[in-house]
Design a binder for this molecule. Structure first.
Ligand code: GLP
Length: 241
């Protein structure tokens, strides 16, 4: 496991942005998995700014996001589709058909999970996954307790995140929400994983994920079993390791 510690948030955002750009320069036809959230906004902005100044070839590049909300319209600005499209897919002129995302609305999510994975497989599998980590150690939307063998599925959301989505959308409690997420086994099949975290509030979970037992109670701990893993964190998130 390679651990890279950035001195501050800005350096973290810049280093993470260059991981994405390097992947595209090295292999223009890369299939790159992204994550939404506070951790990735800055890096996506920097990738877009660099592209605007010094455009690189993205004609053959594919993106997807590791997860997506279910039972809400895609037009909700908190949907992963909307966020990733605005933050990086549109700024980099990635054509719509190169942005691989499951729908947010469907009457058969099992089928959508299958189609999502088939599309990823048909492109030769994901080359890189920029992988965020939730406060409780979730990756994608795989919450603590999710078996490592889990394949792409619709998971319950973490309760804090779900409350925020309900607040922002006004969706009532009796309307089921979830998250279609690549399963842990699918995430682990990615050729290279970069686990990313910044900020003091991530220091405890980073310690647990990197130094505690490898257990489904802390889904992110599984990445230590990946042969091509980099952990990229800032000094604050590294504060307890
Ligand atoms: C959400 C996303 C995850 C992300 C996590 C961390 O649960 N579905 O993919 O990694 O949040 O978010 P943040 O970067 O805001 O801490």
């Amino acid at each position: 496991m390679k651990i890279t510690i950035a001195e501050n948030e800005k350096e973290f955002d810049t280093m993470a942005a260059w991981r994405i750009i390097e992947q595209i320069l090295k292999k223009p036809s890369s299939l790159i998995g992204l994550s939404t959230g506070e951790t990735t906004k800055g890096m996506h902005r920097i990738v877009s700014e660099i592209y605007e100044k010094y455009p690189f070839d993205t004609k053959e590049t594919y993106f997807f996001n590791v997860d997506e909300l279910t039972n809400l319209d895609r037009s909700y600005e908190g949907s992963c589709y909307a966020m990733i499209k605005k933050q990086i897919v549109d700024p980099l002129n990635i054509p719509e058909e190169h942005f691989i995302m499951p729908p947010t609305l469907s009457d058969d999510f099992e089928r959508e999970c299958r189609i999502f994975e088939e599309k990823i497989a048909s492109l030769g599998g994901a080359d890189l996954q920029m992988l965020g980590i939730g406060w409780n150690g979730h990756i994608g939307i795989n919450q603590p307790g999710t078996p490592f063998e889990r394949e792409t599925w619709v998971s319950p959301m973490d309760p804090i995140f779900e409350e925020r989505v309900r607040r922002e959308t006004g969706v009532p409690d009796d309307h089921e929400l979830g998250g279609l997420t690549r399963g842990i086994v699918n995430i682990m099949q990615t050729k290279k994983i970069i686990l990313i975290a910044k900020g003091e509030h991530k220091a405890d979970i980073i310690k647990k994920a990197l130094e505690g037992p490898i257990t489904s109670d802390i889904p992110a701990s599984v990445v230590r079993l990946h042969p091509n893993l980099e952990v990229l964190i800032d000094r604050a998130a590294a504060g307890k390791i």
